[in-house]
Ligand binder design. Structure first.
Ligand SMILES: [Zn+2]
Length: 555
């Protein structure tokens, strides 16, 4: 034992006397952690609904300063996936920044049925706080439903509150959940007839001067202009024809074809909210992020700050026009320019090599099923109305009433457990009977019960993804999985939510301080991101993190 102790003492002495290494002849490669030189700023970028293949499909149309700069200078994790169901925006943003899944962080959907209060709740909704910057209820938001910390929270704790955290997104949940509980601020865009960035009393009592000035400027208004393709539309050979039957479009314009006159269309499309569904929503987000960097002095000292930016317009465009549309291609070409602008701004304000960026998505998206089936790919739409009618008939025949089911949402069935008890029935038996009934329905491919999820450990397949998304306190009694490429949605546009590759496979790029240059096809998962940033900063992992730090991306 004595020998071991003396070896440890020698090792400790060596490690605490780094300066003497050269005199002892031990050549030591210093890593970012040992030099204690953390990046001055970590910028987390989440692109809403960005599929992995957008990097490759549109890659030849991107410049050198945006996505391709991250790939050429940084690390590209090419096989990065969500590892839970459901793949929605709220759970996505929470998982990226907390390093875990809905099972632990509790954000089980955008909206979900709250079993305790027996009402639908919104992931970021909070009646206990007030709007800041608007009279509208749009500011009554906070991260209170998220049950664990983000890496930004851990950085705040580590730096005794000296490292700032700010979250920015068109969507409230895209700003609030990434920023975490201890954030200095989260800002989101309130459209309608106001067109301004707002916040809530969770963070502040009034908007800072720079936000008021930004809101008073003509930024938002200047984007209510014509939206035409950035390059000649005939060069957009990586997407489908502009006029097709698989797109939604804007109210007040018959065809979903370029160009779009946003100023005149804004009247029928909720005023400034129309910007959210165009690439200019992303440009406005980039403008606001740069204003925040400047006014808040982000990355101006050795204490690491965190800026979480989510580009949400991509999701609205995808929902409206679909994965294969010219509109989606143009939105990504323009986002690439906005990223270039943002990185150049960071180079000049924070300094080249002084900041670290990661970029990922909150979920992917499916090719429009009606388009897929036109190409003979098995795909289609779930008939919810028919399903519900058949189900209610079954419930009445079996339990005397359909009231035994309280709610059906997010492909989960919530039972009235008090009623189950009062009927003298065993909960797991009712769950099993309903699961068997549901499995017999058209386009239902798998069904699992809460009892199974709580009593069995799954280590692979869709079962593992369901389990990672299953929160015992918040999730339903029976979980349904639809056939591959079958969705519950309008027949135009794309959506997301499943555990299949089109929804789970998303980009993961790192670049900047402390990041190696390289790429991998090894599988990485979304909850790995936050522990990786924690490792880079030498701070505690988020308190519920289940992911692993990706050591191979750290220099
Ligand atoms: Zn979406």
């Amino acid at each position: 034992m004595k020998n071991i102790f003396s070896v440890i003492v020698v090792l400790l002495l060596l490690s605490s006397c780094g300066a003497q290494n050269t005199t002892t002849g031990i050549k030591k490669e210093t890593s970012i952690l040992e030099t204690n030189e953390r990046p001055k700023l970590v910028v987390g970028i989440v692109v809403d609904q960005m599929r992995y293949d957008y990097l490759t499909r549109f890659g030849s149309k991107f410049g050198d300063g945006g996505f391709n700069r991250m790939i050429n200078e940084g690390f590209n994790c090419k096989n990065n996936h969500f590892n839970y169901v459901p793949t929605y925006t709220g759970p996505g943003h929470a998982s990226v920044y907390t390093g875990t899944t809905p099972k632990i962080h509790g954000i089980i959907g955008n909206n979900w049925y709250d079993k305790e209060i027996k009402e639908m709740v919104y992931c970021a909704g909070d009646e206990a706080v007030e709007s800041v910057g608007t009279e509208d209820r749009a500011g009554k938001m906070s991260p209170h439903r998220m049950q664990t910390t983000t890496f930004g929270d851990e950085n705040r704790l580590f730096t005794q509150g000296q490292g700032k955290t700010i979250g920015i997104s068109l969507k409230d949940r895209g700003a609030i959940l990434p920023a975490g509980h201890t954030a200095n601020a989260a800002y989101w865009f309130h459209g309608k007839d106001e067109g301004r960035w707002i916040s809530s009393s969770h963070y502040m009592t009034e908007l800072p001067k720079w936000v008021l000035e930004f809101n008073a400027s003509t930024h938002a208004e200047s984007y209510l202009k014509e939206w035409d393709t950035f390059y000649d539309i005939s060069t957009y050979t990586e997407s489908g024809v502009d006029e097709n039957t698989f797109e939604g479009g804007f109210k007040g314009k018959e065809k979903a074809t370029f160009p779009y006159d946003l100023k005149s269309l804004s009247k029928d499309n909720r005023g400034y909210d129309i910007l959210k569904a165009t690439p200019y929503g992303n440009s406005l987000t980039a403008d606001f992020a740069m204003a925040a960097i400047k006014a808040e002095g982000l990355g101006q000292d050795q204490i690491t700050d965190v800026l979480a930016v989510s580009f949400s317009a991509t999701d609205y465009v995808g929902h409206n026009f679909g994965v294969n549309s010219k509109e989606v291609q143009d939105t990504y070409i323009r986002l690439d320019k906005d990223l270039e602008r943002l990185f150049e701004y960071l180079d000049t304000t924070v300094g080249k090599g002084e900041y670290t960026v990661f970029l990922t998505a909150d979920h992917g998206a499916i090719d429009v099923p009606s388009y897929l089936s036109s190409l003979k790919v098995p795909a289609g739409y779930v008939n919810n109305k028919e399903r519900k009618e058949t189900f209610n008939t079954f419930l009445e025949a079996t339990y005397g009433s359909d009231a035994i089911v309280e709610n059906i949402s997010n492909d989960q069935i919530f039972l009235d457990r008090a009623k189950v008890k009062s009927l003298g029935l065993k909960l797991s038996n009712v769950q099993d009977a309903i699961a068997m009934e549901q499995l017999s329905y058209l386009n239902v491919s798998k069904v699992y019960t809460a009892t199974t999820m709580a009593s069995t450990g799954f280590y692979g397949g869709i079962e593992e993804l369901l389990q990672n998304g299953f929160n015992q306190k918040r999730s339903g009694d029976v979980m349904l999985v639809n056939d591959t490429s079958f969705i519950s949605y309008s027949k135009t546009g794309s959506t997301h939510g499943s555990g299949l590759n089109y929804d789970t496979h998303v980009p993961l790029l790192f670049f900047g301080k402390g990041i190696k240059h390289g790429e991998t096809f090894n599988k990485t998962v979304i909850p790995d991101i936050a522990p990786t940033i924690s490792a880079l900063l030498g701070i505690s992992f988020p308190n519920g993190a289940t992911g692993q730090p990706l050591g191979f991306v750290i220099d």
